[in-house]
Design a protein around this ligand. Structure first.
Ligand SMILES: Cc1cc2nc3c(=O)[nH]c(=O)nc-3n(C[C@H](O)[C@H](O)[C@H](O)COP(=O)(O)OP(=O)(O)OC[C@H]3O[C@@H](n4cnc5c(N)ncnc54)[C@H](O)[C@@H]3O)c2cc1C
Length: 407
């Protein structure tokens, strides 16, 4: 029997997972990617925090917390549909939530938000019969004593610390496994180095126009999924899809120090609530560090953001790493004890697309909410605003259900 044909635009995390899921459901997938290798953009460089809603405390209606918990509960179990992944091999040490002086919310307000997240987690866990990262049946956030907090952070900058059971996963390891699965799958035709410029209706089908190594290409498909993240709006626009009222693209550094680090030698810390930063200890897979005021190196409200990846020299990238490292070491002193050399540092950045165009230091910034994300379908054209890495495996199964008319 001839396989049903589908085209997916963007071989990032979302496009790759959707391709793997649809191939399992009998589709023959053409997967277009403008870069030379799949999954080397946002889904490779990001921090990998599998959110349980704690960070989205400014969304008082809890819509974002609910969305994240849904994604978090499905994250590993859905990934297991496509790759043989052992969560214990890729998770970080658990996060401490460190309330920075000048935080947009007080420790008391945050404690109450974390409590609400825990309640939502318990409800969804019972409903979906899934655990967090396929490892944990409960989540927690406990306020530490001053003495305990002082062992982790510098109280000159941090006023309170909650120890939590939220984790990140090492995204590069997962990207490599997904990439291998793509290459090994005979039903997925990877079309690399090909930038899709537009999608247009033609009868009941959709015509993709693009540029492959300087050559114009044109191909017709019965179904198209747009999962291009930084390219999403430009292609949606070409289809005549109404664009959001306000959006922004930020270019944020996801620096890695690629040396093994003992679990006790660096605490994983998220500094809240506002424009602060993170340290993440991935044990044998190294560390992630980011300091927002320095690492947020680009901002755009254009339809497609600039090609930031090619706009920073090696020296500029290392300068951003070094300045971020310095700021973070003031707050998390253990960072200063990690011995590494510049060759161990991978100072790469990635694009964050979100609705809203005021930055996270403002109380009313829409960037504090990420619930208006997901799949928008226009007949046989489907546009996926992934929202967060946490949500990728959840959306991949949902979009396949949508295409099969199951949701
Ligand atoms: C520094 C940083 C930290 C982050 N931390 C977290 C976190 O801790 N937790 C979390 O949940 N989320 C986090 N995020 C957000 C997360 O990375 C993204 O939400 C997610 O990876 C987006 O996945 P995607 O597949 O949609 O996009 P991508 O992985 O970027 O994939 C899109 C693909 O489409 C390709 N493409 C674009 N335009 C075209 C075109 N016209 N034609 C062909 N191909 C095209 C791109 O080259 C790319 O490969 C972070 C992001 C950054 C940058």
């Amino acid at each position: 029997m001839e396989k049903k044909k589908i085209s997916i635009l963007g071989a990032g995390g979302a496009g790759a997972c959707a391709a793997l899921e649809l191939s399992q459901r009998g589709y023959s997938v053409d997967l277009y990617e403008e870069g030379p290798i799949p999954i080397r953009k946002a889904s490779y460089v990001n921090e990998g925090k599998i959110h349980v809603g704690f960070i989205y405390a400014m969304d008082r209606d809890l819509h974002t917390a609910k969305q994240m918990i849904l994604g978090a509960l499905h994250f590993i179990s859905n990934l297991k549909r496509w790759i043989d992944i052992k969560p214990e091999d890729v998770i970080s040490t658990p996060f401490n939530y460190c309330v920075h002086r000048g935080s947009l919310m007080s420790p008391t307000e945050l404690a109450s938000h974390y409590h609400e997240c825990i309640k939502i987690f318990n409800t969804y866990k019972a409903e979906y019969k899934k655990s967090y990262l396929d490892l944990f049946d409960s989540i927690e956030a406990n306020l530490l004593t001053k003495k305990e907090a002082d062992k982790i952070v510098n109280s000159e900058f941090i006023e309170a610390v909650f120890s939590t059971s939220e984790y990140a996963v090492e995204t590069r390891a997962i990207a490599n496994q997904l990439t291998e699965a793509l290459y090994a799958n005979p039903s997925i035709n990877l079309i690399l180095n090909t930038r899709v410029m537009s999608v247009e209706r033609s009868g009941s089908g959709l015509i993709i126009k693009g540029n492959s190594n300087g050559v114009q290409i044109e191909e017709k498909y019965p179904i198209v999924i747009n999962a291009t993240w930084n390219g999403l709006l430009e292609i949606d626009k070409s289809m005549g899809v109404e664009l959001p009222k306000a959006w922004s693209y930020r270019y944020k550094y996801g620096n890695k120090i690629l040396i093994p680090i003992a679990p006790d030698n660096l605490p994983s810390c998220t500094m809240v609530q506002g424009p602060f930063g993170d340290t993440v200890n991935f044990k044998d897979k190294g560390a992630f560090i980011s300091w927002y005021p320095i690492g947020r190196a680009g901002w755009s409200e254009e339809c497609r953001p600039p090609e930031w990846d090619s706009m920073f020299s090696d020296t500029e990238r290392h300068n951003i790493f070094n300045s971020s490292f310095k700021e973070l070491t003031k707050r998390v002193p253990a960072l200063g004890n990690i011995a590494f050399n510049p060759n161990n540092v991978s100072p790469v950045g990635g694009v964050i697309y979100a609705l809203g165009n005021t930055d996270v230091d403002k109380h009313d910034s829409k960037l504090h909410t990420r619930s208006e994300v997901g799949i928008r379908s226009y007949g046989n054209y489907h546009s996926l605003h992934t929202g967060k890495y946490t949500l990728i495996p959840y959306w991949a199964v949902k979009i396949a259900d949508r295409i099969e008319g199951l949701s």
